[in-house]
Design a protein around this ligand. Structure first.
Ligand SMILES: [Zn+2]
Length: 391
């Protein structure tokens, strides 16, 4: 996951760092606290996307002096995936902090050869911004369905935390779309280009197994709150793009996936314009998002045991779920995004699933996280920290 790193202005030493997946994350408490401390220490912040030298600027939000935002500095380069890329404003209104409808449009084909590289960059920025839109939407739906499922009339009684069903999740995702505002003031359904359709649900074939240009989607339908099978054309190029958008530590995970797609409808023919997939593990009528093969095994275990949990995909979920497991002021700040936050009989447990034990950089980062979680455990802020390694 992309990171923002705080460094000492004098000697360039690393002071602190925080993960930041999408621009929505800047508003989260954890990132705001991080920025506050950077300001206080008079440190610099850099983006980790290219080589940890792309300096960024912290600015006050114009309408709220207590909140910070992050701006790029024009002479530093960022990767096309990065939320601070110079062309990002084409696809994301940076003043309003809202996505632009253009992320759902079919890519332009360059007329002249010399326009090619500009259009290529523009298209890459749009498709990565579409990815950010999908991640934000999946993430908001996790908090939303969790809060709906665990809201009780009798708030004085402590109820055990319950897991939601797959169908309840996609119903919540529908509400997330209806409640989101794009840069032109409309919701994602309202800004679909003519003849295009916003589709979401589950797809079961692994991306590397799809041949003959057809993907089978199990599309969620709001009217009857059910999934319906649908065959949609997908080009090899679009399939490759989808694989690239999904890549985790260089790997494309096997299906099933939760998906958000845009397809065009032309009589009977449907053709994928945009497709974002996030690997999931399903058990019975519920599921978990997963980021590695080992997480798939681990998710299966806790779903089988009927343990309620949050699988954070942006890190924003933890702050936005309401639950009585901690008294409000006792909920500890998490500096990192754990793999799982579980609500077990003994209390709240944090789990890291050690998915890439051979990757040195990954393991070093894991050790830093573990130090933080273990201190929360020692101080009684969480019941337990657990590391899951290969079975
Ligand atoms: Zn960057």
């Amino acid at each position: 996951m992309p990171k923002i790193v705080a460094i000492d202005r004098g000697n360039n030493h690393l002071l602190d760092e925080i993960e930041l997946e999408t621009r929505a994350g800047i508003k989260s408490n954890s990132v705001q606290k991080f920025l506050q401390s950077v300001k206080k220490n008079n440190a610099d912040i850099v983006c980790s996307c290219i080589d940890e030298t792309s300096r960024l600027t912290i600015a006050h939000l114009p309408n709220n002096k207590d909140k910070f935002t992050i701006k790029r500095r024009s002479h530093y380069q960022h990767s096309e995936e990065c939320i601070f890329h110079a062309m990002r404003n084409l696809a994301y209104d940076e003043d309003k902090d809202q996505y632009r409808p253009v992320i759902f449009k079919e890519p332009k084909v360059p007329k002249k050869k010399e326009h090619r590289s500009y259009i290529d960059s523009e298209e890459k920025v749009k498709r990565y911004t579409y990815r950010h839109f999908c991640i934000d939407s999946f993430s908001k739906a996790i908090s939303k369905v969790f809060n709906i499922k665990n809201k009780h009339e009798d708030e004085d009684i402590i109820h055990p935390v319950e897991m939601y069903s797959t169908q309840e999740y996609f119903k919540a995702l529908t509400s997330v779309f209806l409640e989101s505002t794009m840069a032109n003031g409309k919701n994602p359904f309202e800004v679909m280009p003519a003849g295009s359709h916003l589709s979401y649900g589950i797809t079961r074939a692994s991306l590397d197994e799809i041949t003959e240009g057809v993907i089978i989607l199990e599309e969620y339908h709001t009217r009857d709150e059910a999934f319906r099978e649908l065959h949609v054309e997908i080009s090899d190029h679009r399939l490759q793009v989808t694989q690239k958008l999904q890549k985790n530590m260089g790997n494309v995970l096997a299906g099933p996936y939760a998906y958000i797609a845009v397809y065009t409808r032309d009589y009977a023919d449907r053709k994928i314009v945009r497709l974002y997939t996030y690997a999931i593990e399903e058990v019975g009528d519920t599921f978990s998002f997963i980021e590695s093969g080992l997480e798939r095994e681990y998710a299966r275990e806790i779903l089988d045991q009927n343990i309620a949990f949050i699988k954070p995909i942006t890190g924003h979920e933890y702050e936005t779920v309401a639950n009585k497991q901690y008294a409000n002021d006792e909920r500890p700040d998490l500096k990192f995004r754990p793999d799982y936050i579980e609500y077990r009989d003994e209390g709240v447990c944090i789990v890291e699933v050690c998915g890439y034990p051979d990757d040195e950089k990954y393991m070093r980062a894991l050790e830093v996280k573990e130090k933080h979680y273990k201190s929360l455990e020692e101080n009684g802020k969480i019941a337990k920290y657990l590391r899951c390694t290969k079975h």
